[in-house]
Design a protein around this ligand. Sequence first.
Ligand code: C2E
Ligand code: CA
Ligand code: CA
Ligand code: CA
Length: 276
Amino acid sequence: AKNGGRGQFRFYAADLKNEEQERENLLDDLRIALEADQLRLEYQPVVSIKSGAVVCLEALMRWEHPERGEVSPSSFIPVAEESDLINNLGEWALRTACETAAEWPNSVRIAVNVSAVQFANPGLPAVVANALAHSGLAPDRLELELTESIFVGDSIETEQMFANLKKLGVRLALDDFGTGYSSLSYLRSAPFDKIKVDKSFVESCTQKDKNSAKIIAAIVGLSSALNMETTVEGVEAFDQLEVVKSKGAKLVQGFIYSRPLLREEVLERIKQGDFV
Ligand code: C2E
Ligand code: CA
Ligand code: CA
Ligand code: CA
C-alpha cells in the first residue's frame, strides 16, 4: 500500500508537470496567434423580445489553431489571464470590436468582454479611449462586460477605475450575474448600466421544482429598480423564451435568436433589414 501510495504521488506529480507544460505551450501558441492573425471575433445578437430588433452584439473571441483547430475561449482566456498576454488580447478585441461596430447602424451597440486582469490595469481607460478614437465609435455604443471577479482587488482602486471608465462615456454591464460569490453590495455603488443573467438560470427555468424562474424574475425586478437593463443569456428553446418573457425580461441573447456571427454575416443581416 505504501509503494502504491508513492507511485500514485509520483504519477500525480508527473501529471501536474504535464499540465504546466501544456499551459506554457498554449500560451506560446497564443502569442503567435495574435501576431499571425489566427484570432477573430464573432458577434452574437442581443434581441428585444418585443420588437425583434437587435439592440447589441457581444464580441466573442475565436481561435483557429493551425493544428488543434478551434480552441474555446473558456480554455485559452484563463491561460492568458495568468500572464500579461490577456492585456494584449483584450486590447486587440477592443480595437477590432469598435472598428467593426462603427460600420453598423447607430442604434446597435457592441459589447466587449473585459477580464478582471485588464480591469486591474491602470492603463485600461487609455486603451478604451484609443479604441474609440481610432474607430470613431460613439462611446455610448460601447458596453464593457465585467464579472464580479473585478471586486477582489483594492476597493479604492476599483472605484477609481469605475470613475475613469464612466468618464469616457462607455456603458458597463455586470456579466454572469448570480454565479460565483454574488453580493448585492456590488450593486450598491458600482455604476452598472446592465445586468446579464447567467445562462445557468435559463437552463433550469422550465423545471417547476427549481427556483430558477423566480430568481430570473427577482433579478429583472432588482435591476429595473436600480435603473439598469437586464439581458438574459443562453436562451435556446421556445419554452425557455416563454418563461423568461413572462418574468419581465426585455432583452435576450441565445441560440434561439442567433449563434455568434461572422463580421460579414452581421453586415449581410443589416443589409437585409434584420436589425430594425
Ligand atoms: P460569456 O461572456 O458568458 O459569453 C457567453 C457564452 O455563451 C459564449 O460562449 C456564447 O457563445 C455562449 N452562448 C450564447 N448563447 C448561448 C445559448 O443559447 N446556449 C449556450 N449553451 N451557450 C450560449 P463562448 O463564445 O464559448 O465564450 C465563453 C467565455 O469565454 C465567455 O463567456 C467569456 O467569459 C470568455 N470570452 C469570450 N471572448 C472573450 C474576450 O474577448 N475577452 C474575454 N476576457 N473573455 C472572453
Ligand atoms: Ca507558467
Ligand atoms: Ca460576456
Ligand atoms: Ca455571460
